[in-house]
Design a protein around this ligand. Structure first.
Ligand code: AMP
Length: 194
């Protein structure tokens, strides 16, 4: 299973990604987590990404693409993978598509977690209290949302055109949303097999 999750910051992608990846027994690749780990460990990649992350800007495509391509080449990805937070721009999506086509392994599904902006801002305010993530500060959240609308939303059309995009309503309890996502994937698989 090769899966991509889309959705605004705060839509619960990370939590859902963890549940879906363990359900399908595939690696969960979260670019934000990889960047945060590199920032903590003060690696060259971390120092390259840090300022962008603090401002809520996207890290430049060439940096992210190189990092993800390396990761997808690892042996554990031969059974599939779940990408959480990548792609976030059209050039990233094209790079992913090219790399997968070259290897003869396309994406199966793209799930979009749908959540209104005011709910995003509310959820991130409570995550700020709980986790103390610097980029959850209110002004930065607004900017991350703007980045999402302008640079990541065009991917919805990109994947809709390819016939692999499906929506999951992200409002509700974590388990309810996971069940919805699994149901959507199941129905989608049945339709594709038919
Ligand atoms: P996330 O944890 O997915 O919200 O990502 C946190 C931050 O990491 C983002 O605000 C970006 O600065 C950076 N980041 C993560 N994934 C990407 C990506 N695919 N493209 C560019 N920047 C990214």
């Amino acid at each position: 299973m090769r899966l991509v999750l889309l959705g605004p910051p705060g839509a619960g992608k990370g939590t859902q990604a963890g549940a879906l990846a363990s359900f399908y027994a595939i690696p969960h690749i979260a670019t934000g987590d990889i960047f945060r780990m590199n920032v903590r460990q003060e690696t060259p990649l971390g120092s390259e990404a840090k300022a962008y992350m603090e401002r809520g800007d996207l890290v430049p495509d060439e940096v992210v693409i190189g990092m993800v391509m390396d990761r997808l080449g690892a042996p554990d990805c031969s059974v599939g993978f779940l990408l959480d937070g990548f792609p976030r721009t059209v050039p990233q999506a094209l790079a992913l598509e090219d790399a997968l086509t070259e290897d003869g392994r396309g994406l199966h599904f793209v799930l979009r977690f749908v959540l209104p902006d005011d709910e995003v801002v509310r959820r991130l305010a409570s995550r700020r209290e709980l986790e103390g993530r610097g980029d959850d500060a209110e002004g930065v959240v607004r900017h991350r949302l703007d980045e999402y609308h302008s640079k990541t939303e065009p991917l919805e059309f990109f994947y809709w055109e390819r016939g692999i995009l499906r929506d999951v309503e992200a409002v509700g309890q974590v388990e309810t949303v996971t069940q919805r996502a699994l149901k959507v994937l199941d129905e989608f698989r049945e339709a594709q097999d038919a």
